[in-house]
Ligand binder design. Sequence first.
Ligand code: URA
Length: 279
Amino acid sequence: MLCRSRDLGARLRRSAGAGPAFGAIWPLRHPRGRLPRLACARPLACPTVRLAKFLAHAGVASRRAAEEVVRAGRVTVGGAVVTDPARDVDEHSGVAVDGRALAGPEHRVVVALHKPPGVVSTARDTHGRPTVVDLVDLPGTRLYPVGRLDADTTGLLLLTNDGELAERLLHPRHQVTRTYRAHVGGGRPGPRSLRALREGVELEDGRTAPAGVREVRPGLLELTLREGRKRQVRRMCAAVGHPVQALARTRFGPLELRGLASGTWRVLSPAEVERLRQG
Ligand code: URA
């Protein structure tokens, strides 16, 4: 199912329980507008997990970001502030973030968004700019982006409430590939520039890993990276004298952007999520 983003405030204005037809597939909301309780049948059988993991499963943030949320004193357990992310909790511990109680694990969802330009890849922007999360109108689900694209970069961005999957996809150990198309200036890149991009470019945060690079046509390069440093493609191309004029991500791991128009999104199928998980 393809979904076109509504106006950017729509997600915030939607009232509880007014969700789209996803409820038929994903049990996101109870008819009375509350999150379905995915509780264990017998309280004593509920497994305890570390607080940060509990928050990640509840869709608050990735595990690492959840640790920061805890350390910042934003989490209470049974009404008392807890700053230790390793504290053991379960669904009956009364965990709340910023005063809002968590109902337990959310149904896990992964969304593919075709990010348009001018939208920031954070869940909340302190300057009030539109965010990628505003574009995905999926009530009852606290999504956050899997990594970042620059505000002016377009293309494939995943959002999820599955902290473990996000961490797996982003961890350098797993070397998930990302493919970009870059329109570059500075004339047509010659063989030396292309070789340098392929073999590694010296940047201020170290040499880049070997990358796949091909010239699609003069001035348009396709780069496939196995690492995800900040503004990496722009910095690599600038370092070889060909500054990026426009940048789009066309692929993330096994997933392609194809078929998604700018500003639209769709929920990935379980098979697609499994392929992502397998890398
Ligand atoms: N590399 C960049 O330079 N920018 C992006 O947004 C993504 C990769």
